[in-house]
Design a protein around this ligand. Structure first.
Ligand code: GTP
Ligand code: MG
Length: 194
């Protein structure tokens, strides 16, 4: 995928801050530290476009990035990290829910799951919101470089069972090696062109 431009547009805490230009939006969701911000940087080949951190809870607002002037990548705050102060964490659920349920330009959610871990309650809840509201989800297993090829299927099966998907429909991805990039771009291109 040729990226001619990728720019940060704004951060929003509620619907008043969302871009309202009608351009399609693709959101990236998943638990804190799963690798959302790194994956966006890797997709657009810009190391520093989105801030990443080994400390969970880096992204705390809904961040909008305009890609090739045509569509938005939306970096959602990660959920489910216990060490974040209670009030901040309490703000997250409603902020994500409002966006997912009410943004008219949302075309698909890229749902990130760490290939190493069994999905948790928040992952299951998000999955239910998405299917209950008929929001198309693209499942991505992040940090694939951390699991050897021989162990991959076993791990994908755990993720697939938790979200009710076929293991073959989960895209194995590594922001370190670029594995999975063409497949994920195909899914994104098809979502924004609908
Ligand atoms: P929050 O903003 O806290 O919700 O986290 P996030 O989901 O945006 O995660 P982020 O991209 O900041 O990555 C978290 C940590 O995981 C960082 O230390 C990254 O370097 C590491 N990481 C992300 N993707 C990969 C990957 O594909 N492979 C490996 N080995 N590490 C990764
Ligand atoms: Mg982040």
């Amino acid at each position: 995928m040729k990226i001619t431009s990728a720019e940060f547009i704004k951060a929003a805490v509620n619907s008043r801050g969302w871009p309202k230009d009608g351009k399609p939006q693709v959101a990236f969701a998943g638990r804190s530290n799963v690798g959302k911000s790194s994956l966006i940087n890797s997709l657009v080949n810009r190391r520093g476009l989105v801030k990443t951190s080994s400390t969970p809870g880096k992204t705390r607002e809904v961040n909008f990035f305009l890609i090739n002037g045509e569509y938005y990548f939306v970096d959602l705050p990660g959920f489910g990290y216990a060490r974040v102060p209670g009030r901040v964490q309490a703000d997250w659920g409603p902020m994500i829910e409002e966006y997912l349920l009410q943004c008219p330009d949302l075309r698909a959610v890229i749902f990130l799951l760490d290939i190493r871990h069994e999905p948790g309650d928040h992952d299951r809840m998000l999955n239910q919101w998405l299917s209950g509201n008929e929001i198309p989800a693209v499942y991505v297993a992040t940090k694939a470089d951390k699991i050897s090829r021989g162990q991959r299927h076993k791990h994908l099966k755990v993720l697939a069972d938790a979200v009710g998907a076929d293991p073959r429909d989960i895209i194995e991805y590594s922001s370190e090696t670029g594995e999975g990039k063409p497949k994920l771009w195909d899914a994104i291109k098809s979502a924004v062109s609908q």
